[in-house]
Design a protein around this ligand. Structure first.
Ligand SMILES: [Zn+2]
Length: 262
């Protein structure tokens, strides 16, 4: 099984022995040379092009394409934290909360694609007007409120100071900066509201949260309390966990796209 992860800064490839025995036979990473500019490497040039068909024609083999959040969810479901700790889970919602916010749904080991190919795209659900315009053309998407850049933007708007999310989290933890604390309250509150919508509709067996924002420990205690506040049910039993594969999830998930369980 071959998996290829086309990223903004690197392209990574892996060859795995088989789905049941995912021994890495080969693995390599090459930079996209994004610093050489748009024409040289930007993946936006693929938009609207029949890439799947063109590549199948060139390579002479069938291939599957999916976005990073779908691959992340699939890898964590089939190889990562879900397989390790929740082997009975049938429905897994994988979330990437970082520069952007994305999601993928895996049911019985397969990615749910959807009619338009947008199943799991909770990052562009409407969340709150205060997020402002989104690159997708809408306003107030989940991504405009709880992504890393959105939280940094909120802090800047309130204080006039530019700080990284890492610094904001540290300031909030040391309780010396009320605006940093408010930024974290904003994250926790809207995280709960945004995920409650997903749980009300999909009610997954496990939720795995990846990405830089997903590392913030607050999400796993106060964030869970916030989900409880908004979901339809009285209690919340859904395990909400961190991933276990690190940045390998993309490329491993890609390899598993071509192996669907029987
Ligand atoms: Zn959007």
């Amino acid at each position: 099984m071959w998996g290829i992860d086309l990223g903004g800064t690197k392209i990574e490839g892996v060859i795995l022995k088989s789905a049941d025995e995912p021994e890495v036979l080969f693995r390599d990473r090459v930079p996209t040379e994004a610093d050489q500019g748009y024409e040289h490497s930007n993946t936006v040039v693929m938009n609207g092009r029949p890439m799947k068909q063109d590549m199948e024609k060139t390579l002479g083999i069938a291939l599957e394409l999916a976005n990073d959040a779908d691959c992340f969810a699939l890898a964590e479901a089939r190889l990562g934290v879900v397989k390790e700790k929740f082997p009975g889970a049938r429905v897994v919602f994988g979330v990437i909360m970082g520069t952007g916010v994305g999601g993928g749904i895996v049911v019985d080991g397969r990615v749910l694609i959807g009619l338009h190919g947008i199943a799991g795209e909770w990052g562009h659900n409407f969340l709150d007007e205060s997020g402002g315009p989104c690159y997708c053309g809408k306003t107030g998407c989940v991504e405009t409120v709880i992504s890393g850049p959105a939280l940094e933007r909120f802090y800047f708007r309130e204080t006039g100071n530019k700080k990284t999310l890492k610094d904001i989290v540290a300031l909030a933890e040391s309780k010396v900066d009320p605006t940093a604390q408010r930024t974290m309250i904003r994250l926790v509150d809207y995280f709960g509201l945004a995920l409650s919508v997903v749980i009300n509709i999909v009610d997954p067996d496990v939720i795995v949260i990846g990405g830089g924002v997903g590392n913030i420990d607050l999400l796993y205690d106060r964030g869970i309390d916030s989900i409880k506040k908004y979901i339809f049910n009285h209690g919340l039993e859904t395990p909400i966990v961190k991933p276990s594969l690190g940045d390998s999830a993309g490329v491993f998930g890609a390899a598993y796209l071509v192996n669907t369980p029987s």
